[in-house]
Design a protein around this ligand. Structure first.
Ligand code: ZN
Length: 360
């Protein structure tokens, strides 16, 4: 009887220790070091009590003090290795995995501002000399066929990996519209799916050599027409065929911000063998629908939920996460309020839900 009880107890112990859900916050790294310093409070008083265990910090080529590429002249200064190392240790002590991000290929500009990488190396631009003041385009891209693109980007990735002592890295790669462009002598006429897969594979091989897990946004890997997602949440520019040409150990951050009955990408990525990390934003009904569908479509690759923010200081996000349930939206508050409230409501649920936690 005693041994039977002990067997039960030990199997209960095993059953009580399943893979943990990934509960993450995606944050744009502030360029101002004093604002950056607010992240510790956000971690301590917001993320940890709500059950978060992962923080993704998105950097550009303009808001980190990169040392390995002297040609880069960051606009806004940003933090350096010392602050990065300090925050990473702080997070680690609280059980929060910190994953740095650098947008690769796309998102090399925003509105009229071209970011540091293409200011310093205009020859890496996929559309060199085209679209003055970035008019008529969404964002600039770097050329996926130029070996020098990788030579420089790998240095930046290595610096962020080393500074944060990170075991995983997010390469962005969302919303790439300029790829295989007619104005690029190296890419003109080539298959966008092949070009995109080449970039994914080069980045993956580099991260693998650094023993780091690769994360990326999933939209360019989805067929916007077949899935019904359209050209933003998925691709209508031919990059989607890359999905069958890249390694399966990539964690795909599958972002969708609108309310739908079903999110077919959740099955698509898992059936292909990827781990999928559903990623939502400011809309409560959409987040609820996405979470519900994620629960229904749990298979060994379902990780949990990633809350994206896209604005707001760490201090504002913390205020929204910690205000009492009865609090109403302060006048003039931006999306950061909704994002903080969603985190407060749903993160503790995701953290405890046995449906989540990738088993591979
Ligand atoms: Zn090119």
């Amino acid at each position: 009887m005693l041994s039977a009880l002990m067997t039960l107890a030990s199997s209960a112990l095993v059953a009580a220790d399943p893979p943990r859900p990934w509960v993450g916050l995606h944050l744009l790294a502030p360029g101002d070091p004093t604002v950056f310093a607010q992240i510790k409070d956000l971690v301590d008083k917001g993320l940890k009590p709500l059950g978060f265990n992962t923080l993704i910090l998105e950097f550009s080529s303009d808001n980190f003090q990169y040392q390995s590429v002297p040609e880069l002249k960051p606009f806004v200064g940003g933090i350096g290795r010392k602050e990065a190392r300090d925050l990473a240790a702080f997070c680690r002590r609280r059980g929060i995995r910190l994953i740095p991000q650098l947008n690769c290929v796309g998102h090399q500009s925003w509105a009229q501002t071209t970011f540091g990488l293409l200011r310093a190396f205009p020859e890496l631009d996929e559309t060199p000399g085209q679209f003055p003041n970035n008019e008529g385009i969404y964002c600039r891209s770097w050329c996926t066929s130029n070996p020098k693109s990788y030579e420089i980007v790998f240095k930046l990735i290595d610096e962020l990996l080393e500074a944060f002592q990170a075991e995983a890295f997010h390469v962005g790669m969302d919303e790439v519209f300029l790829i295989g462009h007619e104005s690029c002598p190296r890419c003109r006429g080539k298959d966008p799916g092949e070009l995109f897969a080449n970039a994914v594979n080069r980045l993956h091989a580099h991260l693998k050599s650094r023993k780091a897990t690769m994360l990326m946004w999933g939209d360019r890997l989805l067929d916007g027409r077949a899935t019904g997602y359209g050209e933003w949440e998925a691709a209508t520019n031919g990059t989607h065929t890359a999905i069958d040409r890249i390694p399966k150990d990539i964690v795909v951050c599958d972002w969708h911000y609108e309310t739908r009955q079903s999110y077919p990408s959740l099955e698509i990525f898992q059936q292909k063998g990827f781990r999928v990390w559903p990623s939502g934003w400011r809309n409560e009904a959409a987040t609820e629908a996405f979470l519900e569908d994620s629960r229904r479509k749990t298979s060994p690759g379902m990780m949990g939920h990633l809350f994206t923010t896209w604005g707001g200081t760490p201090e504002q996000l913390l205020a929204a996460m910690t205000a009492p349930d009865s609090a109403s939206k302060p006048s003039g508050a931006g999306d950061w309020w909704s994002v903080g409230r969603l985190a407060r409501k749903f993160a503790p649920i995701v953290a405890k839900d046995p449906a989540f936690g990738a088993k591979r």
